[in-house]
Design a protein. Structure first.
Length: 155
């Protein structure tokens, strides 16, 4: 019998998604990171799980602190409109939120966040309803049925 997963902020998948969301926000705002946010996120998670605090400090210093320092030194400014006005920020935050949801056992198919954001940007409301009903709705109904079956099996 499969057991229900409980939300755990120490889950490597959630940590990775949260780190990538933050790094993506920095990258969208103009900070020049040494590599793409997904690669840096994987480096952070790997270092965190295997290398310890000193190694993680080195990765953060080299990959995040120096680029932010150079950005600010070069006259760059962080603005809320500049950060949250970009689609990539919303995709990264949506993926982090979906990772948190997945820890509860409800899995939403990959690419759903991008479809929802694309539909909202283009004001394709029928497309949005379609994605929400067919993709999110069906996966939610399946999750509820599986949860009920698990509860009945536990009795």
């Amino acid at each position: 019998m499969a057991t229900q997963k409980k939300f755990d902020v120490s889950s490597p998948g959630f940590i990775y998604s949260a780190i990538v969301a933050v790094l993506t926000i920095f990258a969208v705002s103009g900070v020049q990171l040494p590599s793409d946010p997904a690669t840096l996120g994987q480096d952070f998670v790997t270092t965190l799980s295997t290398g310890g605090v000193i190694a993680l400090g080195g990765v953060i210093l080299a990959s995040l602190v120096f680029p932010i320092y150079n950005f600010v030194k070069g006259g760059g400014k962080f603005t809320w409109a500049g950060i949250f006005g970009k689609t990539l920020t919303w995709v990264a935050l949506g993926n982090a939120a979906l990772s948190a949801i997945a820890l509860s056992g409800w899995i939403i198919p990959p690419g759903t966040v991008e479809q929802v954001i694309a539909a909202v940007q283009t004001k394709d409301w029928m497309g949005l309803i379609s994605v929400l009903a067919l993709t999110v709705g069906t996966s939610f109904i399946r999750w509820i049925k599986e949860k009920k079956a698990q509860q009945e099996a536990a009795k």
